[in-house]
Design a protein around this ligand. Structure first.
Ligand code: 13P
Ligand code: SF4
Length: 353
């Protein structure tokens, strides 16, 4: 549906009033009505870099989810304010790894005698205290754009990796990019004693995957891949690495949201795609590329509900408050957490590729 013109005008006016004091970041999964006000759009890697590169902006309004706004707060100066237009915009995957659970898991690894040789790696989609845990234990953050180079870095530092919180990104990267076997990976279930693993299994594993997943990407199925290939001859299946391993294996191409966009942008007219990622992005790509045929990989997968919480009314409310001198919905990470999370983020940002 088209955005309400009165709200569009209010957002425009408040943004203009704030001028250079404001910088708006928009993740690719945001609604059209919001993304039109983003100064920069990107995947979580690009947005983390963009936040760090705006030292002059007094206010960073993050149109995305909570863990992204936390990362922006960590990467920006103390004087800069990071604002999330709706505080309920969380991420179910990030919520699947709590600090107390991860600390308990580390104790299990220590009891099995493997903590000393394990490097903790957390996907960007995790809370600041999980990133800080990784920072404290000489670990690192990765995103879906750089998981391969981050894991290679980790394996130069240790013999094993504890990968948090997305088992699918961890498995897909370990097997498809690093050439490890499925048998080299085990899944640590925080809801079972000892993670549901024996000390022998932990000692034999190369990658210890946290039992977390994305509730959106986890719904794409192998059947959907087969089905679209039957329905659309010549279709190329393009999916995000948060999808299940069997889906990624059956796809033609896999990559982050930024990769998905570039792939479609660079494809010749007449190309045909079935895309397995969040629906706002797929619909926007289909509209931007009428010269190509773009379909959504699965009929039963919908928007990311928490990304969608950021809508135009919330954005207008945020911008008008900022313009009136009232900072609302500020995201702040405490100094101690920030110090260690920054170490893990900086290790990632310093890696090439
Ligand atoms: P990125 O491709 O930006 O890593 O996005 C994945 C995602 O699910 C963000 O929440
Ligand atoms: Fe979290 Fe998945 Fe939504 Fe991304 S798409 S914010 S990983 S639930």
């Amino acid at each position: 549906p088209a955005s309400d013109p009165a709200l569009v005008e209010r957002a425009r006016r408040a943004k203009a009033a704030l001028g250079e004091r404001l910088f708006v970041l928009g993740h690719h999964y945001q609604r059209d009505e919001v993304i039109q006000f983003a100064d920069v759009t990107g995947d979580s890697f690009k947005l983390a870099r963009e936040a760090a590169a705006r030292p002059d902006a007094e206010f960073i309004v993050f149109c995305g989810v909570h863990f992204m706004a936390e990362s922006a707060d960590i990467l920006t100066a103390d004087s800069q304010r990071v604002v999330l237009p709706d505080l309920a915009a969380g991420c179910s995957m990030a919520d699947m790894a709590r600090l107390a659970q991860v600390e308990d898991a580390w104790d299990v690894l220590a009891d099995a005698g493997v903590a000393d040789v394990t490097v903790p790696v957390t996907y960007m989609n995790s809370s600041a205290d999980i990133k800080a845990f990784c920072g404290r234990h000489d670990g690192v953050v990765c995103t879906s754009s750089n998981a391969k180079s981050v894991l290679e870095w980790a394996f130069r530092r240790g013999e094993k990796v504890l990968f948090l919180p997305d088992q699918h990104l961890g498995r897909n990267t370990a097997v498809l990019d690093l050439g490890l076997g499925l048998d080299d990976c085990v899944v640590f279930d925080p809801h079972r004693p000892g993670g549901g693993l024996t000390p022998e299994q932990l000692r034999a594993a190369t990658v210890i995957l946290w039992k977390g997943h994305c509730s959106v990407h986890g719904r794409f199925t192998l059947d959907a891949v087969h089905d679209v290939r039957r329905r659309v001859p010549g279709v190329q299946v393009l999916v995000h690495p948060e999808c299940q391993h069997e889906v990624v294996l059956a796809a033609d191409l896999v990559g982050s949201t930024e990769f998905i966009i570039k792939t479609v942008e660079q494809a010749p007219a007449g190309s045909s795609w079935a895309i397995g990622t969040e629906l706002n992005l797929v619909q926007r790509l289909a509209r931007a590329h009428p010269e190509q045929s773009i379909t959504f990989l699965e009929q039963h997968v919908c928007y990311c509900a928490t990304m969608n919480r950021i809508d135009l009314p919330h954005l207008v409310w945020t911008l008008e408050n900022l313009a009136a001198g009232q900072v609302v919905n500020q995201i702040t990470v405490d100094r101690e957490t920030e110090r260690f999370a920054l170490a893990a983020l900086q290790r990632m940002l310093e890696l090439p590729g």
